[in-house]
Design a protein around this ligand. Structure first.
Ligand code: DQA
Length: 145
């Protein structure tokens, strides 16, 4: 099973950016951990990180017909990008939204996700574990139809 793991704006700065909120692990280390976990459960993962909305939308379009699942941390695009929402809806690939922090315990503007309604579900506040949980879920979700 092929799963696309997308990280949006500023997630390349993991480890440096607000470590009290996002933890000390950097992006490369996160990718290694997700890749290792994916191998263990027989999933094939590809990674995209971009600070550009259009590049993320292009990656989602390119996944159509290729990936069976999407794990996406859209960063701040979560809260306002209707274009990203429409892209996920358009490709019809089951997607899980992941946030490292508990967005509901933070500023008011982070409580809204325009992406979550087009995803199977949302995971937040579990740190990097959220990506692994999302992956595991998508492998099961596919099996169960
Ligand atoms: C985030 C939460 C967003 O509100 C924020 O803009 C991010 C990271 C998270 O992983 O907790 O960039 O998606």
């Amino acid at each position: 099973m092929k799963i696309l793991v997308i990280n949006g704006p500023n997630l390349n700065l993991l480890g440096l950016r607000e470590p009290d909120v996002y933890g000390g692990q950097n992006y490369d280390s996160l990718v290694r951990d997700i890749g290792g976990y994916a191998r263990g459960i027989g999933a094939e993962v590809t990674f995209v990180q971009s600070n550009h909305e259009g590049a993320i939308i292009d990656a989602i379009h390119a996944a159509a017909g290729g990936a069976q699942g999407i794990v996406i941390n859209p960063g701040a695009l979560t809260h306002y990008s209707y274009a990203l929402r429409d892209a996920i809806k358009a490709v019809n690939i089951p997607a899980v939204e992941v946030h490292i922090s508990n967005v509901h315990a933070r500023e008011e503007f982070r409580h809204t996700s325009v992406i979550a309604p087009v995803c199977v579900g949302q995971i937040c506040g579990l740190g990097a574990f959220g990506y692994l949980a999302a992956l595991r879920f998508l492998t099961e979700y596919k099996v169960n139809g």
